[in-house]
Design a protein. Structure first.
Length: 217
C-alpha cells in the first residue's frame, strides 16, 4: 500500500523533521511504501494550501493520506472541513492519522464490526477537527484579551514614527497568530522583513503566550 505523507507547520521556526520521522517509522511498521512527502509552512485554517492540493491532485485511489494528527491536516471551519473530507473521499484515499488509532485499521465493508468502526472513526475525525478549530479560536481570543488588558493599563506599543505597513503587519500578526511570515506579508502588503521587525516589537508577554501556543500546534 502506498502512502503520501502530509506535514504542516504554522511557521518556518517549527521543525517538521520530528514529525516526518514519526510518519516514516509508522509507514515502515505497517508495510506502507512512501509515494511522496508533502510539507509546507502555512496555517491550518486555510483550505487552499499548495502542497495539500498537490497531494490530492497526484494521489491515486486506494492510497493512504498519512498525517501525524488531525490538527496538522485541519483547523478549518466546519463547512471547509466537510469539503476537505469530501475531496479526500472522492479521490478514494484512506485517511490515516497516527494519533487516532481508529484510522489505522482497514475496514471491510462486508463485516458488520468494520462498518461500526467506520462510523465511530468518522465521528472521531469530525470531533478532532472541531477541537482543532476551537483551539485555534481560543488562542486568537486569548491574544486579543491580553492585548486589551495591556491597552487598559496603558502598556500599548507606541507606533509613532512607524510606517503604515509596519503597523498593519503588527495588526495582522495579532489577528492571525497561526499564519506564517509570508502570509502576514501578503495580508499587510509589505515585505517579509517588515513582518519580522513588527513581530520583534510585540509585547514580550504575547511572545511568551505565542510560544506556549506554538508548542501545541
Amino acid at each position: 500500500m502506498k502512502a503520501r505523507l502530509y506535514l504542516r507547520a504554522s511557521t518556518k521556526e517549527q521543525d517538521s523533521h520530528r514529525a516526518e520521522q514519526i510518519l516514516r517509522e509508522f509507514a515502515a511498521d505497517r508495510g506502507m511504501t512512501i509515494a511522496a512527502i508533502y510539507a509546507e509552512n502555512i496555517s491550518g485554517t486555510k483550505l487552499e494550501r499548495p502542497e495539500l492540493i498537490r497531494l490530492l491532485d497526484e494521489a491515486e485511489p486506494a492510497e493512504v493520506l498519512l498525517c501525524e494528527s488531525v490538527d496538522r491536516l485541519s483547523r478549518l471551519s466546519q463547512d471547509e472541513w466537510k469539503q476537505l473530507r469530501s475531496m479526500i473521499e472522492c479521490k478514494g484515499l484512506r485517511l490515516v492519522v497516527v494519533d487516532l488509532p481508529t484510522t489505522h485499521q482497514l475496514a471491510n465493508s462486508d463485516d458488520i464490526a468494520s462498518q461500526v468502526l467506520t462510523v465511530i472513526n468518522d465521528m472521531l475525525l469530525d470531533l478532532m477537527a472541531t477541537m482543532a478549530r476551537l483551539d485555534q479560536q481560543k488562542r486568537v481570543e486569548r491574544i486579543k484579551q491580553g492585548l486589551e488588558r495591556r491597552k487598559e493599563r496603558g502598556e500599548m506599543i507606541k507606533t509613532r514614527g512607524k510606517s503604515k505597513s509596519w503597523v498593519t503587519a503588527q495588526e495582522m500578526l495579532l489577528k492571525f497568530p497561526d499564519a506564517s511570515a509570508e502570509e502576514i506579508a501578503r495580508l499587510a502588503k509589505c515585505g517579509v522583513a517588515t513582518v519580522y521587525r513588527a513581530k520583534a516589537e510585540l509585547p514580550k508577554s504575547l511572545h511568551i503566550q505565542e510560544s506556549r501556543s506554538q508548542a501545541n500546534l
